[in-house]
Design a binder for this molecule. Structure first.
Ligand SMILES: Nc1ncnc2c1ncn2[C@@H]1O[C@H](COP(=O)(O)OP(=O)(O)O)[C@@H](O)[C@H]1O
Ligand SMILES: [Mg+2]
Length: 298
């Protein structure tokens, strides 16, 4: 089942078409990476999912229910972490979650158990300090705990890792992975390695539409790479291959990399076989999400 589906979504700001007919679906229990450059329209899309922005055209369904601008009923299924979350900085994390739980109308006992459970999930279980001393990463993690408080079916995080250092990013990615046990996760990013690390599915937003989407394996297999590495056992064999085939590049002492179709590949294999060159390894390079993205985005 799809937790979220978007059909032909269009949105313009003052005549500038930012979204030009987006179609996207997010299956239940996926970790979905919503990829796009700065200004591509990721935040705009998320705000329309939350009913915070009026769309020009198109439909959005959350848990099968139609999203309507200005109405919040579909948001009971959603937990949302905005790109720059704001908190009452004089509160401790636990006080903050209690405050949010009260606003949502959760009962006291539920707030207490759920609040503690979530603070442990995001690595703030022992934290007694006030939010004002928190690092950006800690604030993002608290924001995720808050977004998960009333057990949403869909957790939406807007660029949760973008402003963080590598350690802070890894902590957030680990929290999102753990959150997947209880919900579906949709997060936006321009950092492709984050998507490769945790996502099961992804979509590329480019030029106002979804240029590609699917499982990570599907995305990779859309373009089988024409990059190979051949590693010989002896350095002198690598040298010979370099001389015979001009367009090889040296990746390491004995390892040569080349771009080229099947003809090039078989010519090199034939030479290796005919001259009985001992080979350590032959590898076809997997295309990275980064290379796929650059292909659609340029
Ligand atoms: N309220 C607004 N009024 C006018 N233009 C906007 C508004 N919100 C966003 N935009 C424009 O829409 C485009 C997409 O913005 P945004 O959705 O924030 O991109 P992203 O989150 O992918 O970086 C940008 O060119 C931005 O300047
Ligand atoms: Mg944004």
């Amino acid at each position: 089942m799809d937790v979220l589906s978007i059909h032909n979504l269009r949105k313009n700001f003052g005549g500038k078409e930012v979204l030009r007919g987006i179609a996207m679906s997010v299956p239940e229990h996926s970790i979905f990476g919503f990829i796009g450059k700065n200004g591509a329209g990721k935040t705009t899309t998320m705000k329309t999912i939350l009913g915070l922005l009026k769309v020009d055209c198109g439909e959005i369904h959350v848990m099968g229910e139609k999203v309507r601008f200005g109405q919040t009923s579909t948001n009971r299924h959603i937990g949302y972490l905005p790109d720059v979350p704001e908190f009452y900085s004089y509160m401790t994390p636990y006080e903050y979650l209690t405050f949010c739980g009260n606003i949502c109308g959760m009962d006291e006992a539920d707030i207490a158990t759920r609040g503690k459970e979530l603070l442990y999930l995001v690595g703030l279980g022992q934290e007694r300090h006030r939010i004002k001393g928190f690092s950006r990463g800690m604030k993002q993690r608290l924001g995720i705990a808050q977004a998960l408080l009333n057990r949403p079916k869909l957790l939406i995080c807007d660029e949760p890792t973008s402003a963080l250092d590598p350690v802070g990013r890894k902590e957030i990615l680990d929290v999102l992975l753990a959150a997947r046990e209880q919900t579906t996760v949709l997060f936006s990013t321009h950092i492709l390695s984050d998507v490769e690390r945790i996502c099961t599915e992804a979509a590329f937003l480019h030029d106002g539409s979804i240029a590609m989407q699917g499982t990570i394996a599907q995305l990779r297999s859309r373009r089988s790479s024409d990059e190979f590495i051949v590693e010989t056992e002896r350095k002198e064999d690598a040298d010979t291959l370099m001389q015979v085939f001009g367009d090889l590049q040296r990746a390491e002492q004995n390892a040569l990399m080349f771009h080229g179709g099947e003809d090039c590949f078989f010519a090199i294999m034939r030479y290796i076989t005919e001259n009985r060159i001992p080979v350590q390894k032959i590898e076809r390079m997997e295309p990275t999400l980064e290379s796929l993205f650059l292909e659609v985005a340029t």
